[in-house]
Design a binder for this molecule. Sequence first.
Ligand code: COA
Ligand code: ZN
Length: 303
Amino acid sequence: MNTYPNKVELVEVGPRDGFQSIKEFIPTELKKEIIDRLVDAGCTTVQVTSFVHPKAIPQMQDAREVAQYVLEKYPGLRAYALVPNLRGAQNAYEAGLREISYVISVSPGHNMANVRRTLDESFAELGTILSTYPDMKVVLDAATTFGCPFDGEATLQQVMDYVQRAYDLGIRDIDLCDTIGVAAPVQVERTVLALREKFPDVTFGVHIHDTRNMGMACSLVAMQCGLTRVSTTVGGLGGCPFAPGASGNTASEDFVYMAQKMGIDTGVDFEKLLDTAKYLREKVPGNYSGHQINIQKPQCTMG
Ligand code: COA
Ligand code: ZN
């Protein structure tokens, strides 16, 4: 019989992974409003933006303003930003953030397309970030863990070696990202079980794109394997601009619904989250994988 955790940390990555997939600039005030709604719905961990080169992703040019708004308004929120390099970490630190996710792809092809670095260069820069900012918590985003548009599927050994390199640098928090949504549940199971056995003191999470509707199944299997952190985006909005074929993410509201029905606590209010997803869809046309249906509670007419 499978067991599930009683509680899962939902990491809402919509304001970063969702918004970065939209070409047209989303007004900063609307970004703030969506974050306000997510916090109001009960989200306690939010990836609020990314500190990347504004030419690479113009959508994120207001990263500093968004980060400072969130830090000032929600001091208790676990707010963090994605960074691709030392300069990004420096900008995040100067904006006041003390937590980042640093992205390195498992596959060299995607790492080069995404951050224009070899894996050696990216890991070396991670070492520099850790020594330069010892008070900054760093989660490693292991992009393309389950497959890459350029290099295909990584072997389990490649994934293990990648995690070993991060581990040797002191990283104890890693999100396994299915950047283009190609994983199937058994692959997630095999990967998570092997990693947890070899690295019992590392906290792993999953971040699954929903290209073929595998997001929920893969997230479920990850929880069966003992993971208690799942990244999703409101509405299922998302996609990496540097990964051809990348689609929307697992939708936060769909995941929260499933968790709620299974007695797994996320702390998030499903109805409020669904309303936020609908509101976002109205305001920002894009690539959404979530389900919008709002089933009305049955009305009792029998008196
Ligand atoms: N934020 C702002 N400016 C940055 C920056 C950052 N994070 N990183 C580098 N720069 C600036 C440098 O200061 C330098 O400026 P200058 O020419 O005025 O001196 C210039 O960009 C070139 O620096 P370099 O380190 O050579 O960067 P690059 O051109 O190789 O670009 C990245 C590399 C990583 C910065 C860029 O590819 C990037 O931002 N990618 C985003 C990836 C992403 O967000 N993917 C989706 C999420 S996984
Ligand atoms: Zn993603």
